[in-house]
Design a protein around this ligand. Structure first.
Ligand code: GLN
Length: 380
């Protein structure tokens, strides 16, 4: 049979490839981003309780009401922005679905979407599957900041969307107040929709403050902010996230969401609603992960691997030196097979073909895992 692939050059995601390789070679998996420590026993108990009480049928398409109410409450406390839980929140099957539903609902054929590389690997295919044209602009290392002059020079009549990510996966960069002000001005000037991936909103270090698009009322009017309970509550496998957007955008996002997943699993949503009510369950996440970042950095001291600045997310980039005549993909595979520790090669996050000689390590791991990884990396 003749099939014309819509994504001919796309293979399996790098996260699945590296996790499989890590498993095959019994390597420590610091590649795919997920915690190796348990979800709160209390949260698990809450899910169990909801199931036993019989909350096992479809949730409302936009999300369980108690969860949307609590989200609105938390958003107001955190970002001082009032959100209407009826018309501005959509609970999705993880951040990835929220991104996909937003793009499929709002990108029209031929629309240009500005994306900053390194970028999360789902953005580009999601745009292209929906007829959009991704325009990839590189962030400026070592801080991975946005070159706003470059952005200005790339905006034209076809530019419809700009996709930002803060705290940034894989670079660990965070956008500043001045970035958000520039974004606000540019988006208004050119009537752009802003898709803001903020799934690591609470994993931010050095007393930095997360600059959500929701904090800027003029920007919030034209933005979709994406969040993830997987990241905040160490439950990436539950696949629950949400999109916040003004009514006219939410209305469109829901049109796509209802035909992608329809609704998200009920007992987990109801349990999350209860768990989210207690700020103690999320307020200390930045400190928690900063300790892990520092523990990891300490455990790799003295190796030839050079850490890049990391202000948020649970990823640390490490640069390797010229002694290694390997591309980052070869380096990641070699480390997994021979050294038994798996990272993600950063070139997987770039459209350009140059080799960035950077590896991403996930430090959402127990100290024992991080210590073992450090011991291995010291031998490299
Ligand atoms: N967000 C996670 C990461 O960046 C993985 C997501 C996935 O495996 N699709 O590693």
């Amino acid at each position: 049979m003749n099939i014309t692939s819509r994504l001919p050059e796309v293979g399996t995601t790098i996260f699945s490839i590296m996790s499989k390789l890590a498993l095959e070679h019994s390597a420590l998996n610091l590649g795919q981003g997920f915690p190796d420590f348990p979800v709160s026993a209390k949260l698990i108990e809450l899910v169990h309780q909801q199931m036993k009480e019989g909350h096992n049928q479809y949730a409302p398409m936009p999300g369980a009401l108690p969860l949307r109410k609590t989200i609105a409450d938390v958003i107001e406390k955190t970002y001082r922005q009032k959100i209407d839980f009826e018309t501005e929140i959509t609970v999705t099957a993880g951040g990835t679905e929220a991104i996909f539903a937003s793009i499929s609902a709002l990108v029209n054929s031929g629309d240009e979407v500005i994306v900053f590389d390194p970028s999360y690997d789902s953005y580009d295919p999601a745009i292209r599957l929906n007829g959009g044209v991704p325009v990839h602009l590189n962030l400026l290392p070592p801080n991975f900041s946005i070159d706003w002059n470059l952005v200005r020079s790339k905006i034209n009549k076809r530019t419809r969307f700009i996709l930002v990510n803060t705290p940034h996966n894989p670079a660990g960069a965070v956008l500043s107040h001045s970035d958000l002000k520039t974004l606000e001005t540019l988006a208004a000037e050119h009537d752009l929709i802003v898709l803001s991936d903020e799934v690591y909103e609470r994993i931010i270090f050095e007393n930095k403050i997360h600059e959500s698009v929701l904090k800027y009322p003029d920007l919030a009017k034209r933005s979709i902010a994406i969040f993830s309970f997987g990241k905040t509550f160490h439950a990436t496998g539950w696949k629950v996230g949400y999109a916040i957007a003004p009514q006219h955008l939410t209305q469109e996002i829901r049109k796509a969401h209802q035909f992608i997943t329809f609704s998200v699993n009920t007992p987990v949503q109801l349990a999350l609603a209860e768990f989210l009510n207690d700020p103690e369950n999320y307020l200390h996440l930045g400190k928690f992960y900063q300790q892990k970042r520092d523990f990891f950095l300490e455990s790799i001291k003295g190796t030839s691997l050079q850490p890049l600045p990391c202000f948020g997310s649970y990823f640390q980039l490490l640069a390797y030196d010229e002694r290694f005549k390997k591309s980052d993909r070869e380096m990641a595979e070699w480390m997994t097979r021979e050294m038994k520790v798996a990272p993600i090669p950063v070139s997987a996050f770039y459209k350009d073909q140059s080799d960035h000689r950077l590896l991403r390590f996930c430090f959402a791991k127990t100290e024992e895992t991080l210590r073992k990884a450090g011991e291995i990396l010291k031998k490299i």
